[in-house]
Ligand binder design. Structure first.
Ligand code: AMP
Ligand code: MN
Ligand code: MN
Ligand code: MN
Length: 283
């Protein structure tokens, strides 16, 4: 089994890259792709673990783009970690994130929940600050009892204290990933929209905008969702990928490789992903 989606404390997870490599080895995975949000900051430490483990350690990242007025996550799997232009592009994304973070500080102050930038920074172990760290800072200051409540009342997508970031278009996100030698994959489409949503049409549009794969196996999917997205990927000729979206203690109950317990991402998906990578337009 493999896992192509997980986070460390270089974004909004709580484990080090070293620990993820060891956990993957313990779970007897054959490959693990690290996909922190907007950064490859954990990759050097992660790849340095390769001599100590049998599990193949692979490079990725997770970007956000704007689709149908909402945030759609895109995995950049197998990107080249030495690509300088891609690094510069990620720097720009993190700058936009910081701008957003500063505006959220102001907004939360206006809402009667004044946290400082230092409060939020104190909750993060690396320079990347996300809403997970805001939630912890709000709890530490006593504005909410526990971090999840911050997402319910203050900083969730539809809450008054949330400020969106300036996001990429799908065309930009897929071009950036492809130009860095990676494969752009729609992350957890079932979390973006489920039920009555016409994913067949939307996915075809995204495919025209450069998307080459979709995450059909996911730590938090129900069996019916997995079946639906595996079939959709096959019918559109897109690669199908899968991962747990492990975040350590920031997503309790979710395990690397196994998700909520029943996740099994087959090894042969990685072969197809690597074939797609070699056959891509820019490669
Ligand atoms: P950001 O990238 O800073 O906008 O933060 C997004 C991160 O916040 C996601 O990757 C999740 O880890 C977390 N998040 C967003 N919404 C929720 C929610 N409703 N409950 C818990 N965590 C959330
Ligand atoms: Mn996350
Ligand atoms: Mn995501
Ligand atoms: Mn993720």
């Amino acid at each position: 089994m493999i896992d192509l989606h997980c986070h460390t404390l270089h974004s909004d997870g709580t484990d080090t890259p070293e620990r993820l490599a060891l956990l993957a080895e313990e779970a007897k995975l054959t490959a693990l792709c690290l996909t922190d949000h907007d950064t490859l900051g954990g990759i050097p430490e992660f790849l340095a673990m390769q001599p100590q483990v049998k599990v193949r350690l692979l490079v990725g990242t997770e970007l956000s783009c704007r689709f149908l007025g909402r945030s759609l996550h895109v995995l950049g799997l197998l990107v080249d970690p030495t690509d300088v232009r891609f690094q510069t592009r990620l720097d720009e994304l993190r700058q936009r994130r910081d701008d957003r973070n500063l505006r959220m500080i102001t907004r939360l102050g206006e809402l009667g929940c004044p946290v400082t930038y230092e409060d939020v920074q104190a909750q993060a172990e690396t320079p990347l600050i996300s809403r997970v760290h805001f939630a912890k800072a709000l709890a530490a200051r006593g504005f909410v009892r526990r971090a999840p409540e911050a997402f319910e009342r203050l900083i969730g997508d539809d809450c008054p204290g949330f400020v969106p970031r300036e996001e990429l278009s799908p065309v930009e996100a897929t071009r950036w990933i492809r130009e860095a030698g990676g494969v752009p994959v729609v992350a957890h489409p079932g979390r973006f929209a489920g039920g009555a949503f016409r994913w067949d049409e939307a996915m075809r549009d995204l495919q025209r905008e450069g998307m080459e794969g979709l995450e059909a196996y996911y730590g938090e999917y129900r069996a019916a969702e997995q079946k639906y997205f595996v079939a959709l990927g096959a019918s559109l000729g897109m690669v199908v990928t899968g991962g747990s979206d492990y975040h350590g203690a920031n997503k309790p109950g979710l395990r690397l490789g196994a998700g909520r317990g029943g996740l099994k991402v087959p090894d042969d998906l990685l072969d197809a992903l690597e074939r797609q990578q070699k056959g891509g337009t820019y490669r």
